[in-house]
Ligand binder design. Sequence first.
Ligand code: ZN
Length: 260
Amino acid sequence: MPPKTLTSTDRLQLLLPWLNGDLGRDVSRARPARWRVEERRAFDRGADENVQTWIDYQQVRAAVDDFVKSFDGSEGAAHLVAKPTDKVEALSEAALDRLGAALTCLLEQGFGEPMLQGDLCPLVLTGVELAACPAPREKPRWRKATKANPRVVLVGPSGLGAQARRDWLASGAYVLRVRGPLVAVVPYLAAHLLLRAGMVALKRCARRDQPPWADCHKVFVIDPTRRGRPQQFCATSCGRRYKEQEKMMKSRRRRGRKKS
Ligand SMILES: [Zn+2]
């Protein structure tokens, strides 16, 4: 089976499970078997400290690696070729956390978050080197004469003879080579995907900023070329939960009105 051609949406999709927090889970601190009053108060006061997030960094590294390696200069890769100077295995957990924060900030900036705008959270990419190169091309070769094909002919990847020569000598389509440390190369690649017209469209889950259900901060990508009803929620299960909660809140409000 030929390898699947990745689209720009597929590429960004590689990073989203990580950035949406799907590669981690909350681990609660064990509750004491028997509560004393002051213990319960302390537990309630430090509610945030009682939950720790465990992140599967092995999966995070695999996702970053797949994302970077997918930049091969093709159309769906926004004509970028990534040449990182370090290995993803060498990135510490803290470095991955910082990279995740920078990427999340980049995605959120597009939604006009006032606290994340350019002057407050600029994206500083140290060590990124750019170079324009001609798109990789295969040189045509002479095919030797055989009994079946007695003619000596030029063979190129897209044609024979004059066609092969024309393709080889055609004016070059540029690709941009991006070299540097992964912590800088990855945000550069992501920003480039987001900024090119018609590449990817990013959306926030409809459950965001919907008090009292403001509990989904996920973003998802939609294919701008797909037709039909636009997706509203990050997942079908999220939409289902929203409907259930809405129903619950409605009946609660109704009961409240009856009482008064
Ligand atoms: Zn959601």
